[in-house]
Write a protein that binds this ligand. Sequence first.
Ligand SMILES: NC(=O)c1ccc[n+]([C@@H]2O[C@H](COP(=O)([O-])OP(=O)(O)OC[C@H]3O[C@@H](n4cnc5c(N)ncnc54)[C@H](O)[C@@H]3O)[C@@H](O)[C@H]2O)c1
Length: 387
Amino acid sequence: MKQVKIFLFGIGGYGSFYVNALSDWKDKDVVIEGICELMPGMEERFPIIRERQIPIYKSPEEFYAQHQADLAIISTPIHLHHPHVKACIAHSNVLVEKPVCAVLSEAEDMLRWEQETGHFVAVGYQLNYDRNLNALKRDILSGKLGKPVCMKALQAFKRGYNYYHRNNWAGKRIVDGCPVNDSPVNNSSAHQFQNMLFLLGDAMDRAAEVKAVEAELYRAGSYVENFDTAALKVTTAEDVPVYYYTTHNMEADQWGPMSEFCFENAVVYLGKDYGQGPLMDYVAEWKDGTVHDYGPVPTAWSMQKLEDAIECARNGGHPVCTVQAAMSHLRTVLWLSEMPVYPVSEEALILEEKNGDTFYRIRDLENIFSRCYEEKSLPGGRIPVEE
Ligand SMILES: NC(=O)c1ccc[n+]([C@@H]2O[C@H](COP(=O)([O-])OP(=O)(O)OC[C@H]3O[C@@H](n4cnc5c(N)ncnc54)[C@H](O)[C@@H]3O)[C@@H](O)[C@H]2O)c1
């Protein structure tokens, strides 16, 4: 089997998942050829670096001056994806973490570079690579569920001071003069929103185009420049309404994911309670009584994307989450960046100290969002904001 050499670019944050996955990789013909990371202490954190004498560089140029790699995996901050893909694509295929980048013209550049170099750029939305969700998408494309009517999802993680202070870009709109538009929609809870656009795409490797975005964006955390709570209604080019709810400002550590995808002939549920609490499987219920369980929702550490990128780097082909498939999400984020962000009024906020962290909660948000999710509506005045 052809050996696949991997260049890991950014390993101190989410990139650590790739180091850990590759440390235990079964296929011994996959090697980490080198790493680019600015943060010190990586040798202590990842024993594999010393064990396999993996060199660490401060720039991709230094790495490529001495090495060749079949696949570069980029897990650096969002606003650096464009220059970092540019630095790698002439030499290697690229798996870049989601979101693809911060500006539309940057994504267009990536499409052009793919043509010019013959290398692929794949984007790291792990749900898009999941074989169960691929099976659901195949059934949607074949018409088995009928035409899509309406989609909705909710996914939220509690995030506080520590999350927003782990780097210089969390929660920012602009960093070092570059747009980053970091938010739960663009970053921490991006997956379930992307999943809906991807499932509605007209081919396995495409997402639905978005033609309109309505949204209500709220800022609760005093350290957040962008927004940390959002309710969206997005309309696809095929006129399918897609509702999405997300927040960092609730009581529980995690809420959801849950979703309900309505088609002419069937509804697909995630998180439906069949009597033993929410079932974290995608289950389709057809009007004629047929039920099919498509399997569990993938986790953040699901590494099918890495497997697929290695397979395509070795044998050709393009991993399923293309730049095009990530662009509707990016367009939505750019739409949101033009919209007002409402500061939540002080009376509606609860400041919570927990586990060495500080959180801002929005009073009654769980009830407000549950009702919105049920009704397929935006909060419209139910969250009190500063005058
Ligand atoms: N797929 C997922 O589920 C998932 C989850 C979390 C984050 N992400 C994505 O991963 C990416 C990184 O997010 P994060 O939270 O880990 O960010 P982070 O800022 O916490 O970590 C980024 C890492 O990149 C390094 N880095 C920054 N600039 C660099 C440079 N010029 N050269 C070398 N290294 C550099 C930093 O030192 C750090 O180790 C983002 O695109 C994010 O959206 C994906």
